[in-house]
Write a protein that binds this ligand. Structure first.
Ligand code: ARG
Length: 577
């Protein structure tokens, strides 16, 4: 099966080559969907400028050499020199049939790469906030999508499990007692535990002094201190896993590779940078000065890899992490799904790694920048009293709100079924809200909007999917058996068939540009194309058996595409709603 845009592109390129010589066979034909035809090639306008000729003449020469009889029913020049192309109905139908027959629904398998993907990465020693929820959701959708495309995806949860705050956390743990309810907070509300420790640290000079000593003991490898540290990590893991399970995220303990994992490599990272002259001592700190990174008044801003007190930094750990991902994991492409404010950190850290030869040119690094999640006041989402949001409470509220709707709409279902639907819809709504806007923009967290059954929301797509499943249930037909053949005659059938061809190219594109919102937009358009089709074209009630078979096949292909697409986003498709 084929991506129409790709086929038209190739054909127009060969016509360009035939008309204007091999030099032009690589020119971008600028193919776009059009409201006057299925697609439009706009290449004649820029090309005419370069050749010093009239665009319409250039377009005419291209069209004269354009061999599209098997694909298009009509090719015509319009306006100043646009080439309008309308696909043949039988071609569209045959391609849709091929999508239906393909277990991958037209999703290609690009050359496989090894792709460590760094996402979620909450901090044990700081608060876990809604931003972490978003990197978790976006990262997981990317991991699922890349995996489906056939890449070797290695999830890396770079949790913040090391650093100076552990001194106060350990002291606090000792004071409240390891088996106390206060310590238990780590499993349910770690922010509260963190803040209690911080309050003591700020209020008591004595506690602060003990905390600082504790950091030294931790770094020195003191056994008791390490055991308490491990206890903090283990309790936090319980919390993280609860969130991941609730969110239906694919991360497991096997994906944990926190900052502490790299402790033993840090000294060596610094030595290597110093020996090669990439890092220099400045006021006692080991610093890397890079071209192009300057602060106020053009003063160079260094990347500090070892502080003057001998302690290492976030950057040092990340440099060791790069080496691990390249040398041990065999990365071709390293993806970091992390908050947008860390962009400069990554730029400087990668530039340093490149200079040191740890990041060879063949390895690509990408920062998928995550924008903030805001409250209705336009500030970072917090509780009304200004406290950080308890993530679990947020997710529970989403499910509770969905539960109310399901209880009202589906009194016919038993409690367990309703609860399962409410979970899928509530969580799906929160995740889809994170995914459907471009990942680097901020958005306002709004339960009413994300749970709405209309518009580009998770529940709308889940509802569309459930409705299609009910068509098959009503007809007593297994979607697997709806094999066509597909024929398109009605405009709404044709539009739906054409929409189905877009899945493969969209998923491939998401794998390249790492923007899940494009898949959301595609699925939303597909669901709308289905709605229009279903309004105009009776399916089960179609009189002619051949028409019914064709429409059932289109319906089955839509269902599989929606379910697969939502699955790549990490959103479940309930059977009924
Ligand atoms: N723990 C960090 C934070 O919460 C994110 C870590 C991202 N990954 C990395 N390799 N630096 O901001």
């Amino acid at each position: 099966m084929a991506d129409p845009q790709e086929i038209l592109s190739q054909r127009v390129q060969s016509a360009l080559g035939a008309a204007f010589g091999a030099d032009h066979a690589e020119t971008d034909p600028v193919i776009r969907p059009s409201q006057f035809a299925d697609y439009q090639a706009n290449v004649a306008l820029p090309l005419a400028k370069r050749l010093g000729r009239k665009p319409r003449d250039v377009a005419a020469e291209v069209v004269a050499r354009l061999d599209l009889a098997d694909v298009c029913r009509e090719v015509e020049i319009s306006g100043p020199g646009f080439i309008n192309m309308t696909l043949r109905d039988d071609w569209v139908a045959a391609q849709a049939q091929a999508v239906l027959a393909d277990p991958r629904l037209g999703v290609p398998r690009p050359p496989s790469q090894t792709v460590p993907i760094d996402y979620s990465a909450p901090n044990v020693a700081k608060e876990m906030h809604v931003g972490h929820l978003r990197t978790t959701v976006v990262g997981d959708a990317l991991a699922r999508t890349l995996e489906f495309l056939g890449h070797d995806v290695i999830r890396q949860n770079h949790i913040g499990d090391w650093g100076t705050p552990f001194g106060m956390l350990i002291e606090h743990l000792l004071e409240v007692g390891e088996d106390s309810a206060d310590a238990g907070l780590l499993k349910t509300d770690p922010n509260a535990f963190y803040q209690a420790a911080k309050a003591k640290f700020d209020a008591s000079e004595d506690f602060a002094a003990r905390s600082r000593k504790r950091v030294v003991a931790l770094q020195g490898g003191d056994t008791d201190t390490l055991r308490l540290w491990q206890e903090l990590i283990d309790l936090s893991k319980i919390y993280f896993n609860k969130i991941y399970t609730k969110l239906d995220v694919t991360l497991t303990d096997a994906d944990l590779a926190g900052e502490s994992t790299y402790n033993d490599a840090l000294a060596e990272v610094c030595d290597a940078l110093e020996d090669s002259g990439i890092a220099v001592l400045s006021e006692g700190a080991l610093c890397v000065f890079l071209d192009g990174f300057t602060g106020r008044e053009g003063k160079p801003v260094p990347l500090i890899v070892r502080k003057s007190d001998g302690g290492y930094n976030y950057a040092t750990t990340d440099l060791a992490t790069v080496r691990h991902r390249v040398d041990d994991l065999g990365a071709d492409r390293i993806i970091y799904v992390v908050g947008a404010p860390q962009a400069t950190h990554f730029q400087m850290m990668w530039a340093t790694a490149r200079a040191a030869g740890w990041l060879p040119p063949r390895v690509e690094t990408v920062h998928v920048q995550i924008g903030n999640v805001l409250g209705s006041d336009g500030k970072i989402l917090r509780t009304r009293s200004g406290q950080p949001i308890r993530l679990m409470a947020l997710l529970d509220e989403a499910v509770e709100r969905a539960q109310k709707v399901v209880d009202t709409n589906r009194p016919d279902l038993d409690d367990a079924t309703r609860a399962a639907i409410a979970h899928d819809v509530g969580i799906g709504a929160v995740k889809y809200a994170d995914l459907s806007v471009s990942h680097d923009t901020e958005y306002v967290f709004d339960f009413d909007r994300m749970l709405a059954l209309t518009g580009n929301t998770g529940p709308y797509l889940q509802y569309a999917t459930a409705r299609i499943k009910s068509i098959f249930r009503t007809g007593g037909i297994d979607p697997q058996d709806a094999a066509g053949p597909i024929a398109v005659t009605e405009p709404a059938e044709r539009a739906l068939a054409l929409a189905l061809l877009g899945f493969g190219p969209t998923v491939a594109q998401v794998g390249e540009v790492l923007e899940p919102h494009r898949l959301c937009g595609y699925l939303f358009d597909l669901a709308q194309a289905f709605t229009a089709f279903y309004e105009h074209c009776p399916v089960l009630a179609a009189g002619d058996p051949a028409v019914r078979d064709s429409r059932l096949a289109l319906t089955a292909a839509t269902l599989r595409t929606l379910v697969q697409g939502l699955d790549l986003l990490g959103v479940r498709s309930p059977d009924q709603m």
